[in-house]
Design a binder for this molecule. Structure first.
Ligand SMILES: [Fe+2]
Length: 280
């Protein structure tokens, strides 16, 4: 049996990014993003909060390392593996240590490593932290067409929306592996790598609480509050000390069965309320 990413219903479990100073960066996530710190194998720093996990590995600032998606059981994972192998996607040797045994990893056309598996999260006492599960990951790419084709045709993500330049080329694609509007997105850019990672707090009032918390810690918003066109989500952005962009989102559209929407590449598509950070 084979099933695609949507049928397996994958959620983003964790991302790993590089930093030249993991210790310093992890302190930001502890203090500002309300995450506890753990050390793995005397090497990686794990920043962990309720339903959110970020791994910081020693390396080059702002460089994406890998991401892990999880589904509900081994049966779905195995059927998804069959789907991927049937489409001639190479399975990497890379073994993601933050997923249970049996996970596997692939590389997208830009070389981003994406792992699929089962969650290894143990129950932890994280009740005193603000709510904000890790929800989506957005990349930058020189070739959004290739990116979209890989995620939709080879992995079976569903294309929810696209943003299109006047000449018809793709400015942005939004793809999902569950009922949320997008779990992965990609912006056309001169660079490739990570654009931002996002935490879905669901409720506008929680964005308020997070922003009050940021203010208490003297962290300024770099964009928002605003509302995206695609996904219709409310958002604010901050950046960490390595200048990685972090989004807090609420009211992200839930999709059950609708056709893909196409949006024009203009400021209002990125922010229905006002100014936008245009990537291309
Ligand atoms: Fe986002």
């Amino acid at each position: 049996m084979e099933i695609n990413a949507i049928q397996a219903s994958f959620n983003l479990d964790h991302i790993a990014i590089e930093s030249s100073n993991p210790k310093k960066l992890s302190k930001f996530y502890k203090e500002i993003m309300q995450m506890d710190l753990q050390l793995y194998n005397n090497k990686d720093l794990i920043c962990i909060g309720p339903s959110r996990k970020l791994i910081i590995v020693k390396g080059k600032k702002n460089k994406f390392s890998y991401a892990g998606f999880v589904c509900r059981n081994l049966e779905c994972l195995e059927a998804f593996r069959t789907f991927v192998i049937k489409r001639s996607v190479e399975i990497l040797d890379f073994d993601n240590p933050y997923l249970k045994m049996g996970s596997f990893s692939v590389q997208d056309p830009d070389g981003n490593i994406i792992s699929f598996g089962l969650s290894s999260n143990e129950k932890q006492n994280l009740n005193n932290h603000f709510y904000g599960p890790l929800q989506h990951l957005t990349f930058a790419s020189k070739n959004v067409e290739n990116f979209q084709q890989f995620y939709s045709d080879k992995l079976g993500f569903k294309i929810s929306d696209t943003v299109v330049h006047v000449d018809g080329s793709l400015a942005t694609c939004f793809v999902t592996s569950n009922h949320e509007h997008h779990t992965v997105a990609c912006f056309k850019s001169k660079n490739s790598g990570i654009d931002h990672h996002s935490y879905e707090v669901r409720d506008w009032n929680l964005i308020r609480d997070w922003c009050d918390h940021f203010s208490n810690k003297d962290v300024k918003l770099i964009w928002g509050p605003g509302r995206h066109g695609p996904g219709n989500n409310l958002f604010v952005f901050i950046e960490d000390i390595d200048k990685n962009w972090i989004e807090l989102s609420a009211e992200l559209e839930i999709i059950h069965d609708r056709k893909k929407k196409e949006w024009p590449q203009k400021e209002k598509t990125l922010n229905l309320w006002g100014k936008a950070i245009m990537r291309s």
